[in-house]
Ligand binder design. Structure first.
Ligand code: NIG
Ligand code: FE
Length: 418
């Protein structure tokens, strides 16, 4: 199938067939009965990394015989699900904050550590000192772990530079990693992640709006603009200023909202029709309604609540209101979790989600939080062939297992990558 212009190492013309799948999760169900549409004794085929056929194993393999395919996987009755989408991470960083974890175990508050110049500000010092190579190597190391746990698309934020040069260096590390390893990366500019030490907050917002954002937009290295709308960080007006300036530069808003207190970030996200509002531990019923009405995806981060020993977000309130609830790792030095499998376990055990709801939240709904409308997070015709073959007969093993991994093989664009 390779066209004449393709080089020998360009495998994009290859055919891929995954067959004899006991349980094929194709995406959200359209009947509204169960969150997922699941086919039994199924298969899918992909050409050029894009799914071209989904159906019974017999039909698909008749049209696309495995013996003729460059990539053929006999799932041998096991489950196959869409590759996971992790829509909220801070995965480009340097340094180590495990001692802060110990301090938190002894009762110290996250915000107390930040107010003393630790937390985010400590990572900022480490990132400013790190070389480009170190940032890139750290990021790609984490991505390798994510891939092994079935994640095929990841959002990564800047926000540990807090000045133009280092914010750009983080975004460039993301761009370079996107081009050199299998996971698709989506970059978010988050200059408004914290207020640098000894800076007045409004002065710093001026810097983000007048210096950082124009430079980021000029380089074309980010798609979204995010802000930590939180007591003691950026208030609602300051957050609005940053996000509106981002919109002027073509960056879609996202908001870290209602994490430690209810400040109004969810209302702001609704007002600006942000792609997502994230955290939401302290969101109330009005926030739920406002987000649903505005079509903002709630991104819940149970790993953060788990690591901090906080109460979890009310996933059920969002689900009952009909919101497309998404889950993410929030991987960062305060939340050292790279596994969307563990996130699904927490969604089920700690937030009362069914394994099916947790899987939908980790695939199609997570893709919605990134504005991905190309079928990412599903295994339907036309979607990218990003899939996870489990070493289990049912997708429920993703939430059920919490020891190592239920992932056997990972496909990105129809190629085996892990
Ligand atoms: O989403 N809450 C703000 N930002 C991150 C934490 C970043 C850090 O502590 O380094 C979060 O949890
Ligand atoms: Fe975050």
């Amino acid at each position: 199938m390779s066209g004449p212009a393709e080089s020998a190492d360009d495998a994009s013309g290859d055919t891929c067939v995954v067959y004899d799948v006991g349980e094929l999760v194709v995406g959200p169900s359209e009947d509204g009965e169960h969150p997922l549409e699941i086919l039994e004794d199924a298969a899918f085929a992909a050409v050029d990394g894009e799914i071209v056929a989904v159906g019974s194993s017999e039909d698909v393999t008749r049209e696309y015989p495995p013996e003729n395919a460059e990539t053929a996987i006999d799932a041998d009755g096991r489950a196959v699900v869409p590759g996971f989408v992790d829509p909220h991470t801070h995965a480009v960083f340097a340094g180590d904050r495990s001692d802060e974890f110990e301090a938190k175990l002894r009762g110290k508050e996250y915000q107390e550590i930040l107010a003393e110049g630790g937390g985010i500000l400590r990572t900022v010092r480490a990132v400013r000192e790190a070389s480009d190579e170190e940032l890139f190597e750290n990021l790609t190391g984490h991505l390798e772990t994510m891939l092994a746990h079935g994640t095929t698309t990841v959002e990564v934020k800047s926000g540990y530079g807090l000045e133009t040069e280092t914010e750009l260096r983080q975004l460039e590390a993301i761009d370079r990693a996107d081009a050199t390893q299998p996971i698709d990366l989506v970059a978010t500019f988050m200059g408004a992640h914290a207020v640098p030490e000894d800076r007045d907050v409004d002065d710093y917002v001026d810097d983000v709006v007048e210096e950082q954002l124009p430079a980021v937009a000029e380089q074309g290295v980010a798609e979204f603009c995010d802000v930590f709308c939180e007591e003691g960080v950026f208030d609602v007006d300051q957050s609005r200023r940053v996000l509106e300036a981002g919109l002027d530069h073509g960056l879609t808003p996202k908001v870290h909202a209602e994490e430690f207190v209810r400040l109004g970030g969810a209302g702001l996200a609704a007002d600006l029709e942000a792609a997502s509002a994230d955290h939401l531990l302290h969101a109330n019923a009005d926030d739920v309604d406002a987000l649903v009405e505005a079509g903002v995806v709630p991104v819940l981060l149970p790993g953060t609540a788990f690591g901090l020993g906080e109460d979890y977000a009310d996933a059920r309130a969002f689900l009952e209101a009909g919101a497309p609830v998404a889950l993410a790792t929030d991987f960062n030095p305060n939340c050292h979790s790279r596994s969307m499998e563990f996130v699904q376990t927490l969604g089920a055990v700690e937030m009362g989600m069914t394994p099916a709801e947790a899987l939908l939240a980790s695939t199609r709904n997570a893709a919605l939080a990134l504005g991905l409308e190309d079928g990412t997070g599903t295994l339907r015709e036309g979607a990218p062939a990003d899939a996870v073959v489990l070493e289990a007969p049912s997708f429920a093993h993703l939430a059920y297992r919490f020891d190592t991994t239920a992932v056997d093989a990972v496909l990105k664009a129809g190629e085996v990558v892990a």
